[in-house]
Design a binder for this molecule. Sequence first.
Ligand code: AMP
Ligand code: GLY
Length: 425
Amino acid sequence: MRVLVIGSGGREHALIRKIKESDKVDYIACTPGNGGISYDAECFGVGACDIDGVVSLAKDIKADLVVVAPDDPLVLGMVDALNAEGFATFGPNAAAAIIEGSKVFSKNLMLKYGIPTAEYKVFDNAQDAIDYITEKNEFPTVIKADGLALGKGVLIPENLEDAVNGVREIMEDKVFGDSGNNIVVEEFLTGPEVSVLAFTDGKCVKPMVSSMDHKRALDGDKGLNTGGMGTVSPNPYYTKDVARECMEKIFLPTIDAMNKEGRTFKGCLYFGLMITPNGPKVIEYNCRFGDPETQVVLPRLKTDIIDIFEAINSSTLADLDIEWSDEACTCVIMASGGYPKSYPKGIEINGLTDGQLDGVTVYHAGTAVKDGKLVTSGGRVLGVTALGSDIRQALSKSYDAVSKISFDGAHFRKDIGKRALEALK
Ligand code: AMP
Ligand code: GLY
């Protein structure tokens, strides 16, 4: 089989590494890819949202399967366009990807079908939202732009002044463009967060092993929100009882709700959950693999991922046994100096041979090869990932490798997995 993967981050690198393990695959391409991915797949220059460009690339390279990994092309309908040209794909169509593409849609879906989530109200003008927040007078509160906003569309103001400024920035200054035409204002929930990615063919849902993201830039969950500074799997807060409750009250009802809405979801559905004192609730849905969750989940997958993709396409996922390793997996992100704000690019990375290092897997998120040298090209640069008999052992391998890799300005969190280890005590 010839497989084309769309995207350019650490998640795509992890997908490609797993696809490469399949006996069924003899060629992998990626567009646009990155420096590290180019060691594992042939990279092309077509942008991840260039639907016509991707369709013609798929034709040129005679792709048998196209895996669309990022949110924006899914929401834009890349899968629909590829299917219309007869290509097999992995990823939801646009009608189903709206579960991530519009927070107003997903909140209304949960309300309509009784799926537990934070209480909320939707607004289409700033003054009404401000009046509501003023009257409610409960802080912190949570303000979410309706549409995609590069993972930055969520504000958690601690007081009225910040809330008013936030509403104005999103709805009047349009800092997230049209994504801010509508906003959701919702109740602030507390509790540990769990990420659960799940395979679904629209008939059955098969959750993958759980994981925990670390979204803030600095140790102790301080600093700005990022795309994710590290992950561990499994997530100790996701106990068997919690898993059972999630299946019954969240996973199955969501699949069912999407079917009833005529928006059957096929692909990887990401449940961002919070285990609140009143039980698990949905913080967000994503219509795709998480980044950097994928980097710690897929290394634990023992089943051929192509078999899973094919079972989803033929709606026979229920018949496939998906096996996972009992090992733990940890990923520490090495980021560019300044990230998540502005950062330099083109800085030489030292310590890797052909992009890798013995004992770990280095998933490349923002790297390029220039004049034969590996250099930085993004905010999140590398995801240094290790398997171990438990989280502690995996972490020690990840951090040992991190200490051998360097580039000017590199920063990483030193407490990835700390909360998970505390929960295990
Ligand atoms: P999202 O982009 O929806 O994943 O939100 C980013 C982060 O904001 C989440 O991972 C949570 O840590 C936090 N968050 C979002 N919604 C809520 C909420 N209702 N209560 C508390 N924290 C939230
Ligand atoms: N790690 C969160 C996400 O992929 O959106």
